[in-house]
Design a protein around this ligand. Structure first.
Ligand code: ATP
Length: 722
């Protein structure tokens, strides 16, 4: 058991206050600090003795050497150690813990010292992790990773109290730590107040975890794990003095509250063990984290800083009273050796490996990937589940609809049976039967058929059916027909069911009884004899036969329509052809008349030739031309008769003339080919004829062409008259 080491440090007076001539001042003598009046008279009630008292000339080096060094060395040996600065705002806490370029504070000195000490210990190997956090407005933030905010405190059997999610950097030298400290400093909350232009608005805790074990890799060797906490508390402040408002005011409230809880813990701990009851460590995050340092397993030192100015005397007194109480606290520090088996060592090793992996980021990445994959899979399953659920609902709905539809159809069949039965029955009953039909309530239901809207297709079934349906007009609780009609979506189904009775049923929908009133099946309508059923069946089969017949007739009719259309098309084509044919004789007549004129000229020419020179060929040609002329005259008269609507006779001389012409032409041609003289004569003749049209070849061409034309006209004429 050992008492907490408590020291007081008086910061130098500020330049502004150094010129003040106050009535009181603090005087430091060895390890005592006393308040003196301006005349040099000590105030007996304001004299305090501590382990160390540092006056304004003291350096950080001195403070470290006398107050902290032993604890730091003890930490390297395996003890837990804590050093923290407590005091009013602007009293020099941060200066003491962090220091300046020229006079580094306790933290930097501790870091360097630790590594120097480790280097001196040759038989052990060390692993050092560092973390840096702040408690700002009662929330823990990671100063080495700004994204780690609002961290939570947990308690573990082996690890004790720890901050979950706090970055722990494994370090190998002092410089590495100092760089981390610099980066953490940037993230600290500072603010300007009337009392300090660079006032800490949060408590900061720099933590080093030092693990060590003997270098002789003996599995039974203990592993030492010690924790060093270097704490720079935010300063207590009087709002009136700091002039804090808004954010600063809120910060100030949190600061004061947590310091008050620290004071309460110190008070409790300073009481004798008998009086001690509950220690309120859990009342604040600060006391919870510092729990081992306050009355626990740790070597602890507190440096209480005071401002020398007279107007801070009350706050300084309060700080000194706090320090006095803290002095009474005893701790029980011991080396933290983990005397466990190799398994624990192994686990530690694994943990270190895990931390290394985390440091490299690879493991975290793999885990993140895995989590992402699983999340995606889960999302897929959820979506699939949702889809199946919807599908199932849809199936259920359809099933229900189908059931309702079937029910409706069944009822319709039954009603149809009634309809046929009643219809048939009515046909064989006298008129007054209608008035004797009874409603289910026993009353007679007399219906005049004239009230029913016209249903031309309904015929004989109309009256009885309407009567039957009207019987139920007052029974609104049962209406299968109306509902089932609503469910009837397919006309085809309806048609099939009723086997051609569609027209009647369609009409029935116009009857008020059907449209507006329910149609229960009562015993009255359901009472059918076997004969009635038989009759219904007969009627159905008859209807079916008729329908089939109608269908086959329809098919035949359709075929006939197709055939008719085809014939009409053919007739139209023939009409066109006839018109064309009617035009033909006229055109032929004109052509023949023209030819005849030409041949008249030809004959005249032939006559003159024959007069000039007696020639066999000329004679033959003249004969042929004469025959042709006669033929053309005959053709002319025949075409004229056709054009006048008279039929050309078969027995006219045309065929004889045609035969004569053919023979004449044959003789002429033979004579032209065999007789050289005749050729000359023909050429001569040809020239004469050609001269008629001022063209050298005209005569011969005209001749031959005319002969061919005649052949054509002749064959055409023969075809016409046949
Ligand atoms: N021992 C010292 N020697 C020289 N200057 C000092 C000393 N102590 C404090 N100072 C100066 O006094 C001012 C206030 O000191 P510091 O910021 O450390 O106070 P603090 O207690 O940390 O204040 P807060 O609680 O508001 O953060 C600073 O400018 C600092 O440099």
């Amino acid at each position: 058991m050992e008492k907490i080491c408590v020291a007081v440090r008086v910061r130098p007076p500020t330049p502004e206050s150094s010129s003040e001539t106050g009535s009181s001042h603090w005087k430091v003598e060895d390890n005592r600090i006393s308040l003196y009046k301006s005349l040099g008279t000590p105030i007996s009630t304001a004299s305090y003795a501590f382990d160390h008292v540092f006056d304004e000339r003291s350096t950080n080096a001195c403070v470290y050497e006398l107050l902290t060094k032993d604890i730091i060395h003890a930490v390297v040996e395996g003890f837990n150690g804590t050093a923290f600065a407590y005091g009013q705002t602007s009293s020099g806490k941060t200066f003491t813990m962090t220091g300046s370029e020229t006079d580094p504070g306790i933290i930097r000195r501790s870091v360097r010292d630790i590594f120097q000490r480790i280097e001196m210990i040759s038989d052990r190997e060390f692993l050092i992790r560092v973390s840096y956090m702040e408690i700002y407005n009662e929330e823990i933030n990671d100063l080495l990773a700004v994204e780690n905010q609002r961290l939570q405190i947990h308690e573990h059997l082996e690890r004790g109290v720890f901050v979950a999610g706090l970055t722990e950097e494994i370090v190998s030298d002092a410089e590495q730590i100092l760089k981390l400290l610099d980066s953490g400093e940037v993230n600290r909350h500072f603010g300007e107040t009337n009392m300090n232009v660079h006032s800490s608005r949060s408590h900061t805790i720099f933590r080093m975890v030092i693990e060590s074990r003997g270098k002789e890799n003996n599995s039974s060797d203990a592993i030492r794990v010690s924790v060093l906490n270097l704490v720079d508390l935010a300063g207590s402040e009087r709002i009136a003095k700091t002039g804090a408002g808004g954010v600063r005011l809120t910060e100030g409230k949190y600061i004061n509250k947590s310091l008050m809880i620290l004071g309460n813990v110190i008070n409790k701990l300073s009481e004798s063990a008998k009086l001690r009851a509950h220690i309120p460590y859990r009342d604040s995050k600060l006391t919870r984290i510092l729990q081992p340092a306050l009355g626990g397993n740790a070597k602890t030192c507190i440096i209480c800083t005071i401002a020398p100015e007279e107007h801070h005397i009350e706050e300084s007194k309060g700080t000194l009273q706090f320090a006095s109480r803290a002095k009474r606290i005893t701790n029980c520090a011991q080396v933290n050796e983990i005397l466990t088996d190799a398994a624990l060592l192994k686990r530690q090793k694994l943990e270190i490996e895990e931390l290394r992996m985390k440091l490299q980021g690879s493991h975290a990445e793999v885990l993140e990937q895995e989590i992402l994959k699983l999340s995606n899979q889960m999302l897929k399953y959820e979506l699939e589940c949702e889809r199946l659920k919807t599908q199932l609902e849809e199936e259920r709905r359809k099933h229900k609809e189908q059931e309702q539809c079937i029910k409706g159809l069944q009822l319709k069949i039954e009603n149809l049976n009634d309809l046929v039965t009643n219809s048939d029955f009515k046909r064989n009953q006298p008129e007054d039967y209608i008035s004797l039909r009874k409603t289910p309530d026993g009353l007679c239901n007399v219906i005049d058929s004239s009230d029913v809207p016209g249903t031309p297709c309904f015929k004989s079934a109309e009256r009885s059916f309407v009567v039957a349906r009207s019987n139920y007009s007052e029974l609104s609780s049962f209406s299968p027909m109306v509902h089932s009609f609503g469910d009837m979506a397919e006309e085809d189904t309806w048609t099939k069911l009723n086997k051609g009775f569609v027209a009647d049923l369609d009409k029935l929908q116009f009857t008020p009884a059907v449209r507006c009133q329910p149609t229960p099946l009562t015993t009255a309508t359901m009472e059918c004899s076997p004969e009635d059923h038989k009759e219904v069946e007969n009627l159905k089969s008859q209807i079916e036969l008729l329908t089939n017949e109608k269908d086959s007739l329809q098919v035949k009719f359709n075929e006939q329509v197709v055939r008719n259309n085809k014939l009409m098309e053919e007739m139209s084509e023939l009409k066109q052809e006839t018109l064309h044919m009617k035009e033909t004789p006229k055109r032929l007549y004109e052509s023949v008349a023209n030819c005849k004129d030409v041949y008249n000229d030809v004959i005249v020419t032939m006559k003159s030739l024959m007069a000039e020179k007696e020639s066999q060929t000329a004679r033959l040609l003249f004969g042929a031309a004469e025959i042709t002329k006669n033929l053309l005259s005959t053709l002319e008269s025949q075409f004229s008769m056709i054009m006048d609507g008279q039929k050309a006779g078969r027995d006219h001389p045309l065929s004889d003339q045609w035969e004569t012409l053919r023979a004449s032409l044959k003789n002429t041609t033979t004579s032209l080919v065999s007789d050289a003289q005749a050729k000359d004569e023909f050429l001569n003749c040809h020239n004469k004829v050609a001269s008629l049209s001022k063209s050298p070849t005209y005569g011969s061409i005209l001749f031959i062409f005319s002969v061919l034309l005649l052949g054509y006209f002749g064959s055409l004429f023969m075809a016409l008259v046949q």
